[in-house]
Design a protein around this ligand. Structure first.
Ligand SMILES: NC(=O)C1=CN([C@@H]2O[C@H](COP(=O)(O)OP(=O)(O)OC[C@H]3O[C@@H](n4cnc5c(N)ncnc54)[C@H](O)[C@@H]3O)[C@@H](O)[C@H]2O)C=CC1
Ligand SMILES: O=C1O[C@H](COP(=O)(O)O)[C@@H](O)[C@H](O)[C@H]1O
Length: 298
């Protein structure tokens, strides 16, 4: 794969998990609408490779895209309660701008941060909470139709469809990663659903590394760790990308503490400035809420 790799939304939680894991392995171009403090930027990235821009600004995105070999596209509104105005602008329009610029620039590989919320509607009343438990064998595997449970999920399903279009019409390799629930050092505490879809930081970095390295056409995969308790299959991620996750939420108690004797090998990342910065990331990031627009089904 040709470098550099453009990482949009580089300053956020997922972006920082990726940079903390594989920040030294690629030549990066980082784009975020917020300026990134030095602690969030790998040493080798020069000022010229840092873009403060909004992804809906087509001219700025085209400039950042020039000469890029691959894209990891994370920028957007990550809130499951996000109103339509925001997901329309940041997640749908923004994703189209980035994908179009990538296709026009001849980018080889494009990894899109989709979400579990693109298929949240499968978590019906009769399936839950059993679905979140080890002895339930129901699995979504990425071949099912999207079934969003909120407007944020609709925007992610739309991003997946845009990816299909840019693959079919322009030949760009596109992988849509339906990310589960990313948390650092331990699975979400006291949250069955979150523990079933946990994605550890190092598995996140490894998964997006595989998105940059593997050969594929168009794929939808689930981005979760190797959790015993899960309702998303990671078979396709293993087969198409060579994903080989290291972590498993079963090695932690319901409260998120490592179980005695279990291999809780998600390394403590507290020593890293970059990781500390991630930990401090706001749970509800920088998006104004708009009471006049619907947030159906949050
Ligand atoms: N954190 C998680 O567990 C999950 C995240 N995702 C997706 O992964 C992506 C990243 O999520 P997080 O890192 O958690 O979110 P975050 O809010 O921590 O990071 C998003 C970053 O994108 C930037 N950004 C937002 N809108 C932008 C725009 N219009 N132009 C330029 N930059 C913009 C923000 O400044 C921020 O640095 C999102 O697309 C989200 O929907 C999907 C599933 C789970
Ligand atoms: O798409 C996303 O999903 C995760 C997990 O969803 P939740 O319903 O369990 O909170 C969420 O944490 C993240 O912010 C969001 O972007």
């Amino acid at each position: 794969m040709d470098e550099p790799v453009l990482l949009t939304g580089a300053g956020g939680r997922v972006g920082q998990a990726i940079l903390h894991g594989i920040g030294d392995d690629y030549e990066w171009r980082l784009l975020d609408r917020e300026p990134l403090p030095a602690a969030k930027v790998p040493d080798r990235v020069t000022d010229a490779d840092r873009y403060v821009a909004d992804i809906t600004d087509a001219r700025a995105v085209r400039e950042a895209m020039a000469g890029v070999g691959a894209v990891i596209h994370l920028a957007g509104d990550p809130r499951k309660t996000a109103p339509w105005d925001s997901v329309l602008r940041n997640n749908i329009d923004g994703t189209q701008v980035v994908m179009r610029a990538a296709a026009d620039a001849g980018v080889e590989k494009f990894a899109f941060a989709s979400s579990n919320h693109a298929v949240g509607g499968y978590e019906t009343e009769d399936r839950t909470p059993d679905l979140y438990r080890t002895d339930d064998d129901y699995r979504l595997d990425g071949t099912e139709l999207p079934r969003p449970g909120n407007l944020y999920g609709v925007s992610k399903a739309t991003g997946e469809a845009l990816g299909r279009f840019y693959h079919d019409q322009h030949g760009m390799s596109v992988v849509c990663v339906r990310i589960g629930n990313l948390t650092k050092d331990h699975p979400p505490r006291e949250y069955e659903r979150g523990q079933a879809m946990w994605l550890s930081h190092r598995d996140c970095a490894h998964l997006f590394d595989r998105c940059l390295q593997a050969d594929y056409g168009y794929e939808i995969v689930y981005g979760i760790s190797n959790n015993d308790r899960r309702y998303y299959s990671i078979k396709r991620a293993r087969e198409a990308l060579g994903y080989d996750p290291a972590d498993n939420s079963a090695n932690y108690t319901f409260e998120g503490e490592p179980k005695a004797g279990a291999e809780t090998n998600e390394p403590e990342t507290g020593e890293s400035e970059t990781a500390d910065a991630v930990d401090d990331a706001p749970a509800e990031p920088n998006f104004p809420s708009d009471p006049d627009t619907p947030t159906d089904g949050a």
